[in-house]
Design a protein around this ligand. Structure first.
Ligand code: SF4
Ligand code: SF4
Length: 452
């Protein structure tokens, strides 16, 4: 079995949050192979733990992927301040005699954004709405590489996940859990300091906010869950996430002072893309009245290049406005109107890019998270839940198709649902050994088999 077949069989998808099927991404040749270990958002501990603990495996997998891609340059990009992780990776590189370089980055947001990272490492800007491969680069997260190691050495399917639990917990912790474990079990394992909490699945800037009690109880760990941020329900970030677009738009129309800070600090603007959120905000007052699509494109086309990083609304805007949410709203409107926004394929970074990086320390203060910043996870706990619910869609593309039925016994790692034919999809594996108790369009419930 070659590397692509092994990765496909294992159901590996981008572990850093996107969930793009890795066998599709790696079906290429590239000059650069970049391993992303920069932990894009603040307060996430997972990638650091993986680098410290599994450096040898990461280097083995990176070497195999780089050889497959025919890469001339293989780098692992991570923050300069990750000293123990840098030591562990360098020792593993030296031990293996691997031709891999470490690429230390400053502590800014969004250092781990794929396009920001590619620009920093290669000096080239990925085209608007393009892929790193457009400039000869492939980027994989360290968690993805660890799964590739498992696929190449043991033929293992992805059935477990490392994730950190941070925020209002006794101390940050890393957990290793079967896919489909309830997030409430993960949070309990981290000893929450409050009972009435909301959760952000992922990081504070781009994670999914879950407030509703039933939704929290129903949420499970998937292949892309890297962190659970536990916060009081009245925390600024939670309250802000609940604002409706009507109110956001009304505030934008009334209060935008056209200071341009949202544009000047926008990471996509800085790498040279056509995106000026201040202009979208300025035109918002006439959004409903523009009938001509060419005029709409001129006024709002920039929104298509927004990656929803949140810099504009969480850091830049002095008026507390939300250009990100407005852009998300406009993107829907562009689709509804059938407007194709042209792409600039020849972008170059702006000369002042390094002057406009946002220090993570200042960002967390702005987010009201300073009390959690600087706390680190020192241990990793294994959880063995009595039951799991394994979703069939944990990736970009079509849901996988179940190959088992209610009442079937399954072993951990056994194929549970096969990648759908004809398009992007990924295999899904059972994450515990037991009996399937329920299958719904969304996934399969498995009850652990009692020993003895
Ligand atoms: S969310 Fe704001 S800062 Fe980020 S890409 Fe979109 S417009 Fe730029
Ligand atoms: S930063 Fe805020 S006030 Fe300034 S132009 Fe952007 S949206 Fe308007």
């Amino acid at each position: 079995m070659n590397l692509i077949e092994a990765v496909k069989a294992a159901g590996i998808v981008g572990a850093g949050g996107a969930g793009f099927p890795t066998h599709v991404k790696l079906n290429a040749k590239a000059e650069w192979f970049i391993v992303n270990a920069a932990e894009c958002e603040p307060l996430i501990e997972t990638d650091k733990y993986l680098c410290r603990t599994y450096a040898d495996r990461i280097i083995v997998a990176a070497t195999a992927v780089a050889a497959h891609l025919g890469a001339k340059h293989t780098v692992i990009a991570l923050k300069r301040k990750y000293e123990p992780e840098i030591q562990a990776l360098q020792a593993a590189i030296d031990k293996a005699g691997a031709e891999i370089k470490l690429f230390p980055m400053e502590t800014f947001y969004p250092a781990g954004d794929e396009q920001t990272m590619v620009q920093l490492v290669t000096g080239k800007t990925v085209p608007e709405r393009g892929l790193p491969l457009d400039v000869g680069a492939v980027v994989d997260n360290v968690g993805t590489l660890l799964n590739i190691y498992g696929a190449l050495t043991e033929g293992a399917g992805v059935s477990s996940k490392f994730l950190s639990v941070t925020g209002e917990v006794r101390e940050p912790i890393v957990l290793h859990v079967p896919i489909g474990t309830k997030i409430t079990e993960c949070i309990e394992a981290a000893a929450p300091k409050i009972s009435d909490y909301a959760v952000i699945l992922g990081g504070p800037m781009m994670g999914k906010v879950v407030v509703d009690r039933d939704a929290i109880k129903a949420a499970v760990v998937t292949k892309t869950t890297g962190n659970l941020l536990v916060l009081p329900r009245d925390h600024y970030l939670i309250a802000r996430s609940q604002r409706k677009i009507e109110r956001i738009a009304a505030q934008a129309r009334a209060s935008c002072i056209q200071c341009r800070m949202c544009t000047d600090l926008c990471p996509r603007y800085l790498i040279g893309h056509s995106i000026r959120p201040n202009l979208v905000m300025r035109n918002l007052y006439r959004e409903q009245f523009i009938e001509d699509n060419d005029e709409y494109l001129k006024a709002f086309g920039d929104a298509a290049n927004c990656c929803s990083c949140g810099v504009c609304e969480m850091f830049a805007c002095p008026m507390g406005l939300s250009p990100r949410k407005v852009n998300e709203h406009i993107k829907v409107r562009l689709r509804e109107r059938g407007i194709q926004v042209p792409r600039n394929m020849e972008c170059t970074a702006r000369g002042d890019i390094n002057l406009h990086r946002i220090p993570t320390g200042r960002l967390v203060t702005r987010l009201g998270l300073a009390e959690y910043y600087g706390l680190h996870a020192h241990e990793c706990r294994e959880l063995e839940p009595e039951s799991v619910f394994v979703p069939f869609s944990q990736h970009i593309g079509k849901p996988a198709v179940p190959v088992k039925a209610v009442g079937d016994s399954v072993e951990a790692g056994e194929l549970l649902a096969a990648a759908a034919e004809g398009g992007l999809s990924a295999n899904i594996h059972a994450s515990i050994t037991g009996v399937i108790t329920e299958i719904t369009p969304a996934g399969a419930a498995i009850a652990r088999r009692k020993e003895g």
